[in-house]
Write a protein that binds this ligand. Structure first.
Ligand code: ZN
Length: 180
């Protein structure tokens, strides 16, 4: 334990040590084009919100390079704890990974988050295939946002199942047909 007093205006030596470790982590940059293309679809936005909560759109839109949850929180002006909730949920879907940096004294970790652009790209693709499958159905159709492969149910079938996925129990999503 250090007996030295920390200067009021400065950051603590411990925090400085973590920051130095965090700086050493290599940061990747991400394509704005891909992120914006994915977010341009109302259907994908809806799915992302179901996966990670309402802050998901801001998180993905502003994730231009690897960053800690604190940095991201500052960037999108959302509480760090809320940002962590989103990142952890998206991590469970494989959309984000992280590098942990451990503080030797406290044992606490700082996380530098990474976006899986390949996953994000994959994520955008099934929507096109769905459009083709959807043509085989008439009227309103619904699907489960979580289950793979995607399967459509008719309005009647959805009603019987009270608009829940018969496989996982999640709420079904209305499939928006593209007007051509
Ligand atoms: Zn399901």
């Amino acid at each position: 334990m250090s007996s030295k007093k920390t200067k009021k205006k400065g950051i603590s030596p411990k925090q400085k040590e973590i920051d130095e470790e965090v700086i050493k982590v290599k940061r990747n940059s991400y394509s704005k084009k891909l992120r914006y293309a994915v977010l341009a679809s109302a259907q994908i936005r809806q799915k992302l919100i179901e996966m990670g909560g309402e802050n998901t759109i801001d998180v993905i839109r502003e994730f231009d390079k690897d960053m800690t949850d604190e940095e991201l929180a500052k960037k999108i002006a959302v509480k760090a704890s809320d940002v962590r909730v989103v990142l952890n949920r998206l991590h469970s879907y494989g959309l984000f990974t992280y590098t942990r940096v451990k503080d030797k004294d406290s044992g606490w970790y700082t996380y530098v988050w990474r976006l899986r652009e390949d996953k994000l790209r994959e994520f955008a693709q099934p929507q096109q295939e769905m459009g083709e499958v959807a043509e085989e159905y008439e009227g309103e159709i619904y699907y489960c946002p979580s289950c793979q492969p995607k399967k459509f149910v008719t309005f009647e079938e959805a009603t019987v199942g009270e608009f829940r996925c018969q496989n996982c129990g999640k709420g079904l999503v209305f499939f928006e047909r593209k007007e051509e």
